[in-house]
Design a protein around this ligand. Structure first.
Ligand SMILES: Cc1cc2nc3c(=O)[nH]c(=O)nc-3n(C[C@H](O)[C@H](O)[C@H](O)COP(=O)(O)OP(=O)(O)OC[C@H]3O[C@@H](n4cnc5c(N)ncnc54)[C@H](O)[C@@H]3O)c2cc1C
Length: 448
C-alpha cells in the first residue's frame, strides 16, 4: 500500500482520449444539476501528454464526422466545450463559416481537443498506465465495497493504488497486424506511422508499400506519394480497389444517437441487418475525394508515361522477410496461386484495429462479469457491464460494446451522448445509494 492508497473517487477513468475527455465534460456540466454535491473523478492516461491518434495527423487528413459531433454539442448545445466555442476563442469562427465545410482537418480537431483538455488537466495523471483493477480486500461481496485501480507511473515505474466506486474503461482500439508479421524500424502499423516515418532518412525510402484498403491506407499512400517524389509507392489492396464510404444522409442515420436504442433493443436479426447494410459507412472504406485524387494521380502518370504509383489489387501479403535493411514482401495474388516478391525500404500495414478488450485489465474481476452465448460481455443500456450481485461497483465501457450498442460504440459520432448517458447513470446510481460525495476534484491532480 502506498501514500495514495486512501484516495477514493466516484469515478476513475482509464485512458484519456476523446471518450473520457467527453465524460469529464459531462460530469462537470452535470454538477450544476446535482444537489448531492460534485462527483469526484480522476483519469489515468499512459501517454505523456494528451494526444489523439497523433501518428495519423497527416497534413490534409480531414474528420469523418461533422464538427457538430464534438465532445458536447449533441448532449448540450450550449456547452462551453463545443467546437464552435473553441473556434470563437481562437478567433476563427467567422472564417470557418466562410470556409463552408462540415469536416475540419484532423489537425484542427486535435487542437480543439487539446483546448478542451486544458480545462481538465488537473484531473488527469499522464504517463500513468492502469495495469489492473480488483475488488478492494475489505469489500464484502454482495453488500459493500469498492474497486482498487493499480497505476504504474511511466518513467519511474512507481506503482500507486487508487480506490473507486466506478471505473470507466476507455482504452481505445487495438492495432491489428497480420499474424506472423513483426513490427520493427521498417515494418510499421499505421497507428505509429508519423513517428516511424520521422525517424528514418527519407532519401533512403526509394520503394515503399502500404497494405490495406481503408481510409488510413489511402491517406498514407497519398502522403507518401507527395512526400517522396523520388520513390515508388505500392498500394497493396485485397479488393479490386478502394470502396467509397457512404456518408449520404439516410445512411448516416446509422450514427444517430437514436440508432443505439434500435440496435440495443432490437432482435438478433435487426443487429445483423445493421452490420450487413451499413458496414460500408465506416469499415474498409475511403472518402470519395481521396479515391478520386489517387485515381487521377495514377491516370496522370499513365499519360506522362512516368509511373511510380502502383495499385496491386486483389493482392495480399503472404509473408515478410528481413535481412539487414533489406525487406522482401511475398505477395499473393487472389487471381491465381502465384506469389511474387516485392523488395521495399519500408512497409506500412494499415490493416485496421480490433475492438477494445477489457479482459486483461479486469483480471480476477472477470468472474463477476456476465457474458452472452457467444462469450461476449453483456452490457446494460447505460454501458455498465452486467455483473453478478456480488459486485457492488460499476464497470462502464466506452468502446468494446459494438455487439450490444452497435456501430458508434468506439466512434466520435455519439461520444457526447454516450458520455452523458454514463455520467447520468453514475450520478443517479449514487443518489439511489444515498452516498455522499468524496474528495474534491482538485485533490485528484497528480502528474506522472
Ligand atoms: C486515424 C484515425 C482517425 C479516426 N477518425 C475518426 C473520425 O473522424 N470520426 C470518428 O467518429 N471516429 C474516428 N476514429 C475512431 C476512433 O476510435 C475515435 O476517433 C476515438 O479515438 C475514440 O476515442 P477513445 O477515447 O475511445 O479512444 P482513444 O482515442 O484510442 O483513446 C484511448 C486512450 O487510452 C489510453 N490507454 C490505453 N490503455 C491504457 C491503460 N492501460 N492505462 C492508461 N491509459 C491507457 C491510450 O493511450 C489512449 O490515449 C478514428 C480512428 C483513427 C485510428
Amino acid at each position: 500500500m502506498d501514500a495514495y492508497a486512501r484516495e477514493m473517487y466516484d469515478v476513475v477513468g482509464i485512458g484519456f482520449g476523446p471518450s473520457n475527455l467527453s465524460l469529464a465534460i459531462a460530469l462537470e456540466e452535470h454538477e450544476a444539476n446535482v444537489s448531492a454535491g460534485p462527483i469526484s473523478a480522476a483519469f489515468f492516461e499512459r501517454q505523456p501528454s494528451f494526444g489523439w491518434h497523433r501518428n495519423m495527423l497527416l497534413p490534409s487528413a480531414t474528420m469523418q464526422i461533422s464538427f457538430l459531433k464534438d465532445l458536447a454539442t449533441f448532449r448540450n448545445p450550449v456547452s462551453r466545450y463545443s467546437f464552435i466555442a473553441y473556434l470563437h476563442t481562437s478567433g476563427r469562427l467567422v472564417q470557418f463559416v466562410n470556409n463552408q465545410n462540415f469536416f475540419p482537418t484532423r489537425q484542427e480537431f486535435h487542437q480543439y481537443l487539446e483546448w478542451a483538455e486544458s480545462n481538465f488537466s488537473d484531473r488527469v495523471s499522464y504517463g500513468s498506465e492502469v495495469t489492473a483493477i480488483r475488488l478492494a480486500p475489505e469489500s464484502v461481496p454482495g453488500e459493500s465495497g469498492h474497486l482498487q485501480v493499480e497505476v504504474r507511473q511511466g518513467i519511474t515505474g512507481v506503482r500507486r493504488t487508487v480506490d473507486a466506486r466506478n471505473v470507466v474503461i476507455s482504452t481505445g482500439l487495438v492495432p491489428r497486424m497480420p499474424s506472423g508479421v513483426e513490427r520493427d524500424d521498417r515494418v510499421w502499423h499505421s497507428s505509429e506511422f508519423l513517428q516511424k516515418y520521422r525517424q528514418i532518412e527519407t532519401h533512403d525510402l526509394k520503394r515503399v508499400a502500404v497494405v490495406g484498403a481503408g481510409q488510413s491506407a489511402a491517406e498514407i499512400t497519398r502522403f507518401l506519394h507527395d512526400a517522396l517524389p523520388h520513390a515508388r509507392v505500392y498500394a497493396v489492396i485485397p479488393s479490386y480497389g478502394y470502396s467509397v464510404a457512404d456518408d449520404t444522409p439516410f445512411a448516416n442515420q446509422v450514427f444517430d444517437p437514436a440508432a443505439v436504442d434500435d440496435y440495443y433493443f432490437g432482435t438478433e436479426q435487426t443487429r445483423e441487418a445493421f452490420w450487413r447494410y451499413h458496414k460500408n459507412t465506416n469499415y474498409s472504406v475511403v472518402d470519395d475525394e481521396i479515391i478520386r485524387d489517387l485515381h487521377r494521380r495514377s491516370y496522370d502518370e499513365d499519360v506522362r508515361n512516368d509511373r511510380r504509383l502502383y495499385f496491386l489489387n486483389l493482392t495480399r501479403v503472404r509473408d515478410v522477410q528481413r535481412a539487414g535493411t533489406e525487406l522482401r514482401v511475398r505477395l499473393h495474388s487472389l487471381l491465381d496461386t502465384e506469389s511474387e516478391p516485392l523488395d521495399v525500404d519500408a512497409l506500412v500495414f494499415a490493416t485496421g484495429y480490433d475492438t477494445m478488450q477489457p479482459t486483461g485489465l479486469l483480471g480476477d474481476l472477470d468472474r463477476y462479469c456476465l457474458r452472452d452465448e457467444a462469450g461476449r460481455y453483456r452490457a446494460e443500456r447505460d454501458y455498465r457491464l452486467v455483473t453478478t450481485p456480488e459486485l457492488p461497483c460499476g464497470i462502464y465501457l466506452q468502446g468494446g460494446t459494438e455487439h450490444t450498442h452497435g456501430l458508434t460504440s468506439s466512434l466520435l459520432s455519439n461520444v457526447a451522448v454516450r458520455s452523458g448517458e454514463i455520467a447520468d447513470s453514475i450520478i443517479h446510481r449514487r443518489a439511489g445509494q444515498g452516498l455522499e460525495p468524496v474528495v474534491s476534484l482538485d485533490a485528484a491532480a497528480r502528474t506522472g
